[in-house]
Ligand binder design. Structure first.
Ligand code: FAD
Length: 489
């Protein structure tokens, strides 16, 4: 059934997808333009997408993302605007370890996505073998490594600093963000400042130092890199949705958009079951869905966008949350620090573990009250999908056994567990991603009233998603006339 074209006289904007990208776009647009009707359509029963918090053993623990980048303004600003400023927190400990030869070794400091800037400190850390350390100064003598339009981080750093730096320092950090190995990740997309710096600077060690900037004065405290929310980052979309509803934005959950087409007078969105379909009309549409869903909706609209969206692959990951009784742990606690990252060569099923009750003071307090600790284990990456084919019980066992070995937990076994699967949860940022994302953006935005946001474009992190959402909201605000007509830029 086709719903009558809204004749309120107000332009209609529909946002497809109620993850942080869609909600942030709706939020910014609602603040920019009071004369526009905004509807957010979300396929699942709740908004938030990968921002989701729920309780395990009575304690709130994030099931997906758990922190935002605090070194750029967008996410922290949105947390304040959503009314959660008073609950903004920073990690109590942010020192992860690396698993080297099965042992936990504190991660050296001063890294630019794994590229060292303080060689003396790196040598003391014991992370690299003496052969790998001895190779590093070669970087100052080697001729420039050509990057062309783009190159993988792994290939570039491997050529300059050797394979061990890639395996033990770069890959674990990239894995934590992209769930992919360094040899698969675009340098231009993942470390744009370093990519730019090495265009004129032959040595990557020098380029990394330039990117990092001067070392802080002795005693000076660096501003926190990450922020979270007391009660979980999953509170952000819920608070935002509440504010949006109060501002008159319509949010419909359990509504999947199946088709998007040009109508005689704007856009038509097909929702609902085939036997009971509804057609909604819009003057402008924001696609705020993962790349495969955007690809499906862009079908027939733009060959360029369709082709390029199809090339953005995704990676599935799982987060296994484990709760242990303090009294079962050797020494009554987890090892010090915020958790650990695992180099690919270690061949372990868990690629990272966060000691959540150490990392977040609010979570630690809730755990202490109950005499427990909470750990989040991340499994699955682009080169390892088999592990996720196991059932939940097996994933819990694999995680608990791996943690018992790496964190030396003896015979301690979790008293509660939860498996959260994020099928296709992360877009892959392959070599050429920046140009690919630009082509998609350009092709979609050439269609009057269409724009796309989301993790597949300018960065997978929440802050990058919000930055893109802000940009798209501004674009709509500038180009959507008060009679619903679209002004080309
Ligand atoms: C396990 C995990 C941990 C992470 N940790 C962090 C972290 O700590 N910090 C950080 O900055 N980033 C983190 N990220 C990345 C970040 O969370 C995501 O990239 C970001 O949340 C993506 O937001 P989004 O709105 O673009 O997409 P999504 O969150 O995927 O939202 C898209 C929404 O669109 C809906 N949808 C899809 N198709 C349709 C349709 N046809 N019709 C209607 N609705 C539809 C979906 O149901 C979903 O709700 C993590 C990601 C994962 C998977």
């Amino acid at each position: 059934m086709s719903e009558p074209r809204a004749r309120s006289g107000r332009p209609q904007v529909v946002v497809v997808g109620g993850g942080i990208s869609g909600l942030a776009t709706a939020w910014r647009l609602s603040r920019e333009r009071r004369d526009v009707d905004i509807t957010v359509l979300e396929a699942s029963p709740v908004v938030g997408g990968k921002l989701l918090v729920s309780e395990i053993e009575g304690i709130a623990v994030d099931e997906g993302a758990e922190s935002v980048l605090a070194t750029r303004p967008e996410a922290v600003r949105l947390i304040h605007e959503a009314g959660l400023g008073a609950d903004l927190v920073h990690p109590a400990v942010s020192a992860p370890s690396l698993v080297i030869g099965g042992d936990l070794v504190p991660m050296p400091t001063g890294l630019v996505m794994g590229v060292p800037t303080d060689l003396a400190q790196l040598a003391r850390s014991g992370v690299l073998s003496s052969q790998a350390l001895a190779r590093l100064p070669l970087d100052h003598m080697l001729p420039q490594t050509r990057t062309g339009e783009d190159i993988s981080v792994g290939e570039y750093v491997g050529r300059r600093l050797g394979p061990e730096v890639v395996d033990r320092l770069v890959s674990p950090l990239l894995m934590g963000v992209y769930a992919d190995r360094a040899v698969n990740v675009s340098m231009r997309a993942a470390v744009p400042k370093l990519f730019d710096a090495v265009q004129s600077e032959r040595s990557v060690l020098t380029a990394a130092r330039l990117v990092r900037g001067p070392a802080p004065e002795p005693g000076a405290v660096r501003a926190p890199v990450f922020a979270g929310i007391r009660g979980g980052i999953g509170r952000l979309p819920l608070a935002l949705a509440e504010q949006l509803r109060a501002a008159g934005v319509r949010i419909e959950t359990s509504v999947c958009v199946r088709d998007l087409r040009r109508g005689v007078d704007g856009w038509e969105l097909v929702v609902g079951a085939t036997t009971d379909e509804r057609v909604l009309h819009a003057d402008a549409v924001v696609l705020a869905v993962p790349a495969p869903a955007a690809h499906k909706l862009a079908r027939g609209l733009s060959v360029q966008a369709e082709t390029d969206l199809d090339e953005i692959e995704t990676t599935s990951v799982a987060v296994v949350t484990l709760v242990y009784r303090v009294e079962d742990l050797p020494g009554g606690d987890l090892p010090d620090g915020s958790g650990y990252l695992v180099p690919p060569s270690e061949g372990r099923p868990v690629k990272a573990a966060t000691f959540a009750s150490h990392k977040w003071a609010w979570l630690g307090e809730a755990c202490t009250e109950r005499g427990v600790v909470a750990v989040r284990c991340s499994l699955g990456h682009a080169g390892d999908v088999e592990v996720l084919q196991q059932d939940d019980e097996s994933l819990v066992r694999i995680s608990a056994e791996d943690l018992a070995f790496v964190a030396r937990l003896g015979r301690a076994w979790p008293i509660a567990s939860r498996v959260t699967r994020w099928g296709g949860g992360l877009p892959r940022y392959a070599v050429g991603h920046v140009d690919r994302a630009a082509r998609i953006t350009d092709a979609l935005e050439r269609l009057p009233g269409l724009t796309a946001v989301g993790a597949a474009f300018d960065g997978v992190g929440i802050a990058a998603c919000i930055a893109r959402a802000d940009r798209s909201a501004l674009l709509i605000s500038q180009r959507l006339c008060s009679d619903g007509e679209w002004r080309h830029g």
